[in-house]
Design a protein around this ligand. Structure first.
Ligand code: PEP
Length: 245
């Protein structure tokens, strides 16, 4: 199975999202072996869910809180995310780690809360350029993956996103992707046992129609988490098609 996930971050308005759905639907043919999800800003979740659900497209939230309810102004519970039609939630994106102080400790609770509400956690991990230069890539990935230690046996996806490749137009090369994904696979086996062998590991970081085929050819790459290029319905449909081929 392959997975292609769009992360729209804080982009697009209602009219843009609606146009996206119309255009994307024209160019998209579902295929059984490729799961497609869109993670729009929260206010657009319903727009995407209502317009693309029948085409087999699922929606993910970009973040969620671990508490079930209460006085947490500006936050969304996993139950609310589920209630809005989502089947998954992106957790630990590097922008949340770097700009909003997301910690591995909080992520342990978020993974647990998502699974309790039957939401698929898509855990993002990745090193900064400074960490890569200090040869800490594997230890960073190991620490970030350790949040899965108490996870239940429900579905989990992981995205390897080197921070220096996000939104920079600079992708990791196939060797770098290959060694990171192989390391992640081994760690997942250690942490999750048998299930760790089948958790899809996506690559993210300046994925585009021009480089996606090559990235998908790397062993252990099960798909892509796509930021900027996913805002263009034609480009996103093209990347889905590449994953289907
Ligand atoms: C992302 O936001 O997860 C991402 C990979 O962004 P981009 O594709 O723009 O680098």
């Amino acid at each position: 199975m392959r997975c292609v996930v769009a992360n729209w971050k804080m982009n697009l308005l209602y009219a843009d999202a609606s146009n996206f759905c119309t255009e994307f639907a024209k160019h998209y043919t579902p295929a059984e072996d490729v799961r497609v999800a869109i993670a729009p800003p929260t206010v657009l979740l319903w727009t995407i869910h209502s317009q693309l659900r029948e085409r087999g497209i699922t929606t993910f939230a970009q973040n969620g809180h671990f508490e079930p309810k209460g006085a947490f102004t500006g936050e969304l519970s996993m139950a609310q995310i589920r209630d809005a039609g989502c089947s998954g939630v992106i957790l630990g994106h590097s922008e949340r780690r770097q700009m909003f102080g997301e910690t591995n400790e909080a992520l342990v609770k978020k993974v647990h809360a998502a699974q309790e509400r039957k939401l698929l956690p898509l855990l993002c991990i990745g090193e900064t350029m400074a960490e890569r230069e200090r040869e800490q890539t594997f230890s960073v990935l190991q620490t970030q993956l350790s949040v899965l230690k108490g996870a239940s046996r429900g579905p989990i996806w992981v995205a390897y996103e080197p921070v220096w490749a996000i939104g920079t137009g600079r992708t990791a090369d196939t060797y770098q992707i290959g060694e990171a994904h192989a390391f992640i696979r081994e760690e997942l086996r250690v942490i999750l046992g048998e299930q760790g062998g089948s958790v899809p590991i996506l690559y993210g970081g300046s994925v585009a129609p021009q480089n996606f085929e090559q990235i998908l050819s790397v062993p252990e790459v099960a798909g892509g988490l796509v930021g900027g290029a996913s805002l263009d319905p034609m480009a996103f449909a093209q990347m889905v098609k590449i994953a289907q081929s």
